[in-house]
Design a protein around this ligand. Structure first.
Ligand SMILES: Cc1cc2nc3c(=O)[nH]c(=O)nc-3n(C[C@H](O)[C@H](O)[C@H](O)COP(=O)(O)O)c2cc1C
Length: 173
C-alpha cells in the first residue's frame, strides 16, 4: 500500500494572528499537518531547530530574517535520514520572509526525493506560498511537485474543507 509522510515545521509562541500578536499553544501549520495526517493516514515528522527560536514575535522575526539572508542551515534536534518507504511527502511550513524557514531547507536537503511525489502547503498572514513552491522544486530535485496549498494561519482550524480534498487528490495516482 502507498505510504505518505508529512514533514513539517511550526513555531509555537507569539505569532501574528489576524493582525494582532497572539500566543499560540499549537502552531498553525501543525494544525494543518495533523489534519492531513488523519485524512490520508500519513505519518508525521516535525522538524525542530536545535536552538529554539525566541518565543517573542519580534525577536523571532529578526533572527529568522538574519538566517534567511545568510541562507543558514541550522542544526536540528533530530534529522530524518530517509524517506525511502514513502511515496508521497507532504511538506508543511509557515511562510517566513517569503519562503520556508531555514530548518526546512536543512532537513529537505539531506533527503533523496527522486521518484517521489511532493505536496507543499504553507500557512501565512497574507503572502500565500511566496517563492516557497519554487524553492521546494529546487530542494526536492527529482520529485513530481503537485500544486501547493496556502492557508491563512488564523483560519487553520477551519480549513478542512480545502485541506482534505487537496490532500486526498495528492495521494491519488
Ligand atoms: C519569522 C516570521 C516571518 C514571517 N514572515 C511572513 C511573511 O513573509 N509573509 C506572511 O504572509 N506571513 C509571515 N509570517 C506569518 C506566518 O507565516 C503565519 O503566522 C503562520 O501561520 C505561522 O505558522 P506556525 O504557527 O505554524 O508557525 C511570519 C511569521 C514569522 C514568525
Amino acid at each position: 500500500m502507498a505510504k505518505s509522510l508529512v514533514i513539517y515545521f511550526s513555531h509555537r509562541g507569539e505569532n501574528y494572528w489576524n493582525g494582532s500578536i497572539k500566543n499560540l499553544v499549537k502552531g498553525n501549520t501543525e494544525i494543518v499537518a495533523e489534519m492531513i495526517a488523519e485524512a490520508v493516514h500519513a505519518d508525521l515528522f516535525e522538524v525542530e531547530r536545535a536552538k529554539p527560536y525566541p518565543v517573542s514575535y519580534d525577536a523571532c522575526t529578526k533572527e529568522a530574517q538574519e538566517e534567511a539572508r545568510a541562507k543558514a542551515r541550522p542544526e536540528l534536534v533530530y534529522g530524518l535520514e530517509s524517506i525511502d518507504e514513502y511515496d508521497t511527502i507532504f511538506i508543511g511550513y509557515p511562510n517566513w520572509w517569503g519562503t520556508m524557514p531555514m530548518p526546512m531547507f536543512a532537513q529537505l536537503e539531506r533527503l533523496n526525493f527522486t521518484g517521489k511525489r511532493v505536496a507543499p502547503f504553507c500557512t501565512h498572514e497574507g503572502s500565500g506560498l511566496g517563492k516557497s513552491e519554487k524553492d521546494v522544486r529546487t530542494v526536492c530535485a527529482g520529485a513530481e511537485v503537485v500544486k501547493g496549498l496556502a492557508i491563512k494561519g488564523a483560519e487553520a482550524a477551519e480549513s478542512a474543507q480545502y485541506v482534505i480534498p487537496w490532500a486526498r487528490a495528492a495521494v491519488q495516482d
